[in-house]
Ligand binder design. Structure first.
Ligand code: SAM
Ligand code: SF4
Length: 338
């Protein structure tokens, strides 16, 4: 594939990061994401096949996308996921392939995933493991699964592979819940090779229970953490979602992702592909662009490229959380691919 013009939106932002949801299904029911009874899953025939995902990823890579994140739903519940990872990690032009997982199946899959990432050579494989509480009963209450021990075993299994480091551990920050978790997460970050990152709660939950009062802001978390062990800010990398800090004594790192209180839309370089092949140019997009239809109708790469460029050109300037008239998208986090 020939190198093309870079992918650029109408506000001059260069698009280099693609997040692909490989399934809308999940084995957890986190309160801030899914309803207790789950969601109506996509029909299998509507979900992109491995070959279709690989074709689109290769096309995006030829347009300058160099970071790929595989997410869901829960990516590890997709059958044969390590095989898909191996296919995608071999894509020319990718620098990094990251997986976001709830960790439940990592004990089973960590070795296969690391091997799949390695076989492909080129791209660096990274992992984000979501853990919202380090206490069994509270983990159960939030994820509606009694699975903390299983997730921690998965994390330990992954940590055995030096190639998988540095591992990021992500917690959604909820007012009235996460404050009490801070000391344990700080300890985890200081005693393990994990960068613990707190993500502000966003209005993408299926229960539509989000309210600004439930957002525990990055600034508040910074104050809580800094009071335990002083933090020093590291320089923000361009287009990074997280503000990263190290503990002043050099032991461990913390990341704060504050899309609600300190939006980072102005240099956003991200787009998303849903499991059913729709391109979303913002987490909060109210419009999607179908790529699966044209792909299955036999569109060639030039035709797909045209559709992608037009969609990307219209990428939203920013999200409007907290503003009057903000509309929560119909799809929730698990159906978009966070
Ligand atoms: N199932 C995988 C997991 O939980 O890591 C991948 C998909 S999940 C949708 C991706 C990330 O989005 C997770 O870190 C999750 O905690 C986060 N997330 C889900 N709903 C959220 C919300 N309403 N606000 C902020 N983060 C959310
Ligand atoms: Fe599943 Fe991840 Fe959503 Fe939790 S946050 S319900 S693990 S998709």
């Amino acid at each position: 594939m020939s190198a093309s013009e870079p992918l650029i939106d109408g506000h001059g932002r260069l698009i280099s990061d693609l997040r692909v949801s490989v399934t809308d299904r999940c084995n957890f029911r986190c309160q801030y994401c899914m309803p207790a009874e789950g969601l109506p899953w996509l029909e299998r025939a509507d979900v992109l096949s491995f070959e279709e995902i690989a074709r689109l990823v290769a096309l995006f890579a030829s347009l300058g996308v160099h970071d790929l994140r595989l997410t869901g739903g829960e990516p590890l519940v997709r059958r044969d996921f390590p095989r898909l990872l191996a296919m995608l990690a071999a894509t020319e032009g990718l620098h990094e392939v990251a997986i976001t997982t709830n960790g439940y199946l990592l004990e089973r899959d960590a070795a296969a995933l690391v091997a799949a990432g390695q076989r492909a050579g080129g791209a660096k494989l990274r992992f984000n493991v979501s853990v919202d509480s380090l206490q069994r009963d509270r983990f159960y209450a939030l994820t509606r699964r009694d699975a903390l021990a299983q997730v921690l075993r998965g994390l330990e299994m992954l940590a055995q592979f030096p190639q998988a480091h540095p591992i990021k551990v992500n917690a959604v920050a909820l007012r009235g819940f996460t404050e009490d978790e801070v000391p344990a997460f700080v300890k985890l970050a200081r005693t393990h090779p994990y960068e613990v990152r707190f993500i502000e709660f966003m209005p993408l939950d299926a229960d539509r229970a989000w309210s600004s009062e439930r957002v525990l802001s990055g600034a508040e978390l910074h104050a809580l953490i800094d009071a335990l062990h002083p933090l020093e800010a590291l320089e923000r990398e361009p287009s990074a979602t997280a503000r990263v800090y190290r503990f002043a004594d050099g032991r461990g790192r913390i990341g704060l992702i504050s899309p609600v209180s300190e939006p980072f839309c102005s240099d956003c370089n991200r787009i998303r592909l849903t499991a059913d092949g729709r391109l979303r140019t913002c987490l909060f997009s109210l419009r999607e662009t179908d790529l699966r239809g044209p792909l299955r109708a036999g569109a060639d790469d030039a035709e797909l490229e045209q559709i992608i460029r037009e969609a990307v050109w219209l990428k939203e300037l920013k999200h409007h959380i907290g503003e009057q008239g903000f509309t929560q998208p119909e799809r929730t986090m698990s159906a978009i691919g966070g």
